[in-house]
Design a protein around this ligand. Structure first.
Ligand code: PLZ
Length: 445
């Protein structure tokens, strides 16, 4: 079998303005056919992709520094994944695992059980999206503890379904006028060193005090938290914050759910971001990078917790679909073979060296932070900590015009996040960073 998309030159090429005429035509069709409720970052319509290059319908080659929001960690159209998907599609595409099972589902669960943190007997269950995984983790935690309250933190993002909207912090655009939201969700402070100035122990003490006084320790089924906050602004908590919360959870009989949907699968330089923090979460939710773009998500945890659920209590028509499962097995094998965790650390080192230097001479950069290939640049009004969202918009537009795709995040919309495919070549990374640097320098001009 041959590669589906052969030979895309791994180089930035500008053939037209971006978006070009063909993309503009498609955008016009979109406006008349797709709900206005979906926005688009860069309206260049993609026709093909390979590695870290997206080719649009006008023939522009864009450097992808967003990887479809941390999904394409292995790179686009990697032959091993493409072939696994094609092969599986020719064998069978669906039975529903609850009706008649298949090996690929079991093998993904075995793999998740072995690579997630924690050296004990585990079980997993598979779903379609990150939000669905989070919903199910909450269901499992409530059943296993016999408690109802779920504690989440400021700047959290966990999805767009009804329960996960309640778990997500930011109103606009995720929640506005979409309520009422699910009950028994409580929000407490997080650790955001750039803005709160607290060390890990201080931030944890504040968070724990809030939980104990406003919720009550015996009521909390789960504390749900992203080890590095994604949509909320690529916020790396102060060292010790997460471990202290985990210790509190153990003491309180509460489950610590690590939402590793954005941070997982080598993105931060380890298989999972909690591994940097010296503790083991109780439940882990995964999605995004797991299956190179096919919809798949998982919940993994100790056998005693995961098996506490009554027969038939978990499921769904498509969860763990065989094609998505085949893609996951191939993608995870590529991560292992090519040491993509190591690649993530190298990408982080290269990018941080350049961006840290740039920050020193750029008063509108408040902070550069992150781990591995999950890097955020927080913009502020020069000389203050006032969020500067306009700077982010300007830099992203300037990068797009030059064929470099970068995306933003942050409760205040003032963070640029870099999430390149972990397989990106150093030449493409350098070129992408050069374009980004000059766009940032132009802010001052
Ligand atoms: N948990 C930590 O990052 C998805 C959202 C994009 P789904 N983040 C991208 C958007 O604007 O909808 C995410 C996440 C974390 C859960 C989710 C939800 O994953 O697969 O989008 O449902």
């Amino acid at each position: 079998m041959t590669t589906a998309v052969p030979g895309i030159e791994q180089r930035r090429i500008l053939s037209t303005e971006i978006p070009g005429p063909r993309s503009k035509e498609l955008h016009d069709r979109r406006v008349h056919s797709v709900s206005a409720g979906l926005t688009v970052g860069l309206p260049a319509y993609i026709e093909r992709a390979e590695g870290s290059i997206l080719v649009d319908v006008d023939g522009n080659h864009l450097i992808d520094l967003g990887a479809g929001i941390a999904v394409m960690s292995v790179g686009h159209t990697v032959p091993e994944v493409t072939e696994a998907v094609a092969r599986q599609a020719m064998h069978f595409t669906h039975t529903c695992f609850m009706v008649t099972p298949y090996e690929q589902y079991v093998e993904v669960c075995e793999t998740l059980n072995s690579i997630t943190p924690g050296d004990y007997e585990k079980r997993s269950a598979l779903f379609n999206s990150g939000a669905e995984a989070v919903e199910n983790a909450v269901k499992i935690a409530r059943l296993a503890t016999g408690r109802q309250a779920v504690v989440v933190v400021d700047h959290a993002y966990h999805g767009r379904t009804n329960l996960t909207m309640a778990l997500t912090a930011k109103n606009m655009p995720y929640k506005d006028r979409f309520g009422p939201f699910a009950p028994e969700v409580y929000r407490v402070a997080t650790s955001y060193p750039f803005r709160d100035g607290l060390d890990g122990a201080e931030a944890a003490a504040r968070t724990i005090a809030q939980i104990e006084t406003t919720v009550g320790r015996h009521n909390v089924a789960a504390l749900l938290i992203e080890p590095i906050q994604g949509e909320g602004g690529f916020i790396v908590p102060a060292r010790g914050f997460l471990a202290a919360l985990s210790a509190w959870c153990t003491d309180a009989g509460t489950l610590f759910i690590a939402d590793e949907i954005q941070t997982g699968f080598c993105r931060t330089g380890e298989w999972f971001a909690t591994e940097h923090e010296g503790f083991v979460p109780d439940l882990v939710t995964t999605a995004k990078g797991i299956a190179a773009g096919l919809p798949l998500a998982g919940v993994t945890g100790p056998a005693a917790i995961m098996d506490a659920v009554h027969e038939g209590g978990l499921g769904g028509t498509y969860g763990g679909n065989p094609v998505a499962a085949a893609a996951a097995l191939a993608a995870i094998e590529v991560m292992r073979r090519d040491d993509l965790a190591g690649r993530a650390r190298t990408i982080g080192a290269i990018a941080r060296t350049r961006l840290d230097a740039l920050a020193l001479e750029t008063p509108s950069i408040g902070e550069v932070r992150g781990r591995g290939a999950m890097i955020g640049i927080e913009f502020v009004e020069p000389g203050t900590t006032v969020p500067h969202a306009a700077a982010v918009k300007q830099v992203i537009a300037a990068c797009a015009a030059q064929g470099v795709l970068v995306i933003s995040c942050g409760t205040f919309g003032n963070v640029i996040r870099l999430l390149p495919p972990l397989s990106i070549s150093e030449a493409l990374l350098d070129d992408g960073l050069s374009v980004l640097e000059s766009a940032i320098r132009d802010l001052q001009a």
